[in-house]
Ligand binder design. Structure first.
Ligand code: K7E
Ligand code: CUA
Ligand code: CA
Length: 628
């Protein structure tokens, strides 16, 4: 955005291109009031913008301060960005197929992926924690499309486990236990289904129709337990004591149609008592469903595991403040956020409160379509307003005072964003270290911000400097299909390997197979025939493969296993078998393998697909397939 545009916006002008002009006026009016009616001078504003721009500029060769992990939406991947430059550093394939690395093609990736789907739908990336701080070990992400949860090892930035969640459909909200460490990955099943869902009943109002809240063990990636709930589950977050998690529900109506989901003035936040659930599991007070211990947390059953706190209306985001004091539910169809005091929850579960609403300490009115809230660690919250296309900065303590009846304006600023923001995310905001430097706003619409690229527009992720009193947009970043959410951590919180460790579990199965074949992967170039199965083992070192030709029979199942014995950082090789849909990455000290059928007679060239050497083009070989 130009400085001029930025400046006009803070002055309340109608500067935005496209529609939504009317709500911009309302928003700007509120912003002006929040500044006590005073508007910054043109010079002050220009100086502030210039300062922010200098800060955001990461010169060629300089490194970013933060890692950002972006959900790749229905592209099914995770993207790694540098912040504040917003440069894309890497893509990590998760639920998708990726020809560059061979994800979805190699034996190593296919064994992690399990049951194969060609797609995924990622929303919520979260970094594992120890004592409420990012520990840089894992990143977890959901797949709404095929009801799965994946784990990425951050030392190698590869997916290493994928778990299908039984008894539910569509994992949406996903968050991690923060304290004492990430033992559980909490996963919301969004849609309720009949149990068993085997075609014997389609009655979704029946008692045996429900969805569940799931806890996945972060180390084993097995489902530890599930809790049956009323309504449905949208987003979730955990507290800083380790005892509670909370999820929003937008369909308390149990409706099957749009109108029906909007009937109730209030839906709810379901609070889960993780300790009570753990105890029931330990005491064997559960039923087994599809191999998972399940407890009943429905309202009518007066469950010791859950409480249902009424909040207005079709709430969406659920966010824990980094001081550990509040769960905040974002109203979506209500212009409010609901602030729930976590220190009142033990009394709620102990039956000492008259009403679930007694846990609510504020319900600030922010604007139209509040979706998600993020925090600066200085007591301020930042809520995206989808319909208003704004980011609203407000003060939590002041909102609490206003709720008690005091006359205080808790809204600090409304900033126009472009356009229709969903998630927002401040640096380190999900941890005790929330540092209030940057907010990223992930806008769903880009409209006219970029060169037109046809009917499908990119999304627009905007970087906002929140280090001062005034929020400033410093960067637009077009993104593809569709990051719902992202997470940022300091660069010192991630420690990556520069080359592979030969003992890495990622390819341990392949190493074990080679051992059975009597092959030393680091030195041997060998072809093993086993009936119609042919196993080709070779090394690679720039610029050549250890085997430059081999012969098989038409119809043979061929497994090519390659070990890159280069020790030099960044010298990755690839292996592509022409006209066979075979492609994979072999990075320094890595072993990769791929299995395919040699179903066409003739000569087929294979080549290295990652540019590794001046003689990279010459890094090739041939497979001869004899007619059957
Ligand atoms: Cu899109 Cu977190 Cu799935 Cu909100 S969610 S925007
Ligand atoms: Cu090896 Cu290119
Ligand atoms: Ca509703």
């Amino acid at each position: 955005m130009s400085d001029k545009q930025n400046e006009k916006e803070v002055k309340g002008g109608l500067s935005r291109r496209g529609f939504l002009g009317a709500s911009a006026v309302t928003g700007a009016a509120v912003a002006a009031t929040a500044f006590g009616g005073a508007v910054m001078s043109r010079e002050t504003w220009a100086a502030a913008v210039k300062e922010a721009k200098n800060k955001v500029h990461v010169a060629p060769g300089e490194l970013d301060e933060y890692y950002g992990f972006w959900s790749g939406g229905h592209q099914g991947e995770v993207r790694v960005l540098g912040i504040p430059s917003m440069r894309e550093l890497m893509r990590i394939p998760v639920f998708n197929t990726d020809p560059a690395t061979g994800w979805g093609i190699t034996n190593e990736s296919r064994s992690i992926m399990g049951e194969y789907y060609p797609n995924g739908d990622c929303h919520h990336p979260h970094i594992s924690m120890t004592d409420g701080r990012y520990d840089g070990k894992y990143l977890f992400i959901n797949d709404k499309a095929n009801t799965r949860v994946a784990r990425i090892r951050l030392d190698i930035m590869k997916t290493d486990k994928i778990t299908s969640i039984p008894n539910v459909q569509a994992i949406h909200g996903l968050r991690l236990q923060k304290v004492p460490h990430t033992k559980y990955v909490f996963c919301n099943g969004e849609f309720f289904i009949p149990h068993p869902n085997d075609g014997s009943s389609f009655d979704l109002q029946a008692d045996n129709s429900f969805t569940c809240f799931s806890a996945v063990d972060a180390e084993t990636m097995k489902v530890a337990w599930q809790v049956i709930v009323d309504g449905n589950l949208d987003n979730t977050d955990a507290d800083y004591t380790g005892r509670f998690a909370a999820s929003t529900c937008y369909n308390s109506e149990r409706a099957l149609d749009l109108g029906g989901t909007m009937r109730n003035e209030r839906d709810w936040v379901v609070v889960f008592d993780v300790h009570a659930i753990d105890k029931a599991i330990k005491d064997k007070k559960y039923v087994m469903m599809d191999g998972v211990p399940v407890v009943d947390g429905r309202k009518a059953k007066n469950s010791p595991f859950t409480r249902y706190i009424p909040v207005p209306k079709n709430p969406h985001g659920c966010n824990t403040s980094p001081d550990g004091k509040y769960f905040i539910a974002n109203g979506k169809l209500s212009p409010t956020c609901t602030v729930i005091a976590i220190d009142k929850l033990p009394d709620l579960f102990a039956g000492k409160l008259k009403d679930e609403r007694d846990t609510v300490v504020a319900e600030p009115e922010l604007g139209l379509g509040p979706l998600h809230t993020t925090f600066d660690g200085r007591g301020n919250a930042y809520t995206t307003l989808f319909i208003d296309s704004q980011l609203c900065k407000w003060n939590i303590d002041e909102a609490i005072r206003a709720y008690k009846g005091e006359k205080v304006n808790y809204i600090k600023q409304k900033l126009d964003v472009h356009y229709q923001p969903g998630h927002n995310h401040a640096s380190l905001t999900e941890s005790r270290d929330a540092d209030g430097k940057w907010v990223v706003v992930l806008s769903k619409f880009s409209k006219d911000r970029f060169l037109p690229v046809g009917p499908l527009h990119p999304e627009n992720d905007q970087l906002i400097d929140i280090s001062g009193d005034v929020m400033k947009i410093v960067h637009d970043g077009p993104t593809f299909a569709e990051p719902h959410d992202c997470i940022m951590c300091r660069r010192d919180q991630i420690k990556t390997k520069k080359i592979w460790d030969r003992k890495d579990p990622f390819f341990a199965d392949t190493v074990a197979r080679a051992k059975k074949d009597g092959v030393n992967l680091e030195t041997d170039n060998k072809i093993i025939r086993d009936g119609k199965k042919v196993r080709v083992y070779m090394t690679s070192m720039a610029p050549s493969f250890g085997i430059t030709d081999f012969t098989v029979k038409q119809g043979d199942e061929v497994t090519v296993t390659i070990t890159n014995i280069d020790q030099i950082e960044d010298v990755s090789h690839g292996f592509v078998m022409v006209n066979h849909g075979v492609s994979m990455e072999i990075s320094p000290q890595q072993t990769s393998s791929v299995t395919f059928t040699a179903d066409k007679p003739g000569v087929f060239w294979y080549y290295c697909s990652w540019f590794c050497h001046a003689l990279h083009m010459e890094m090739m070989g041939r497979m001869m397939v004899e007619k059957a």
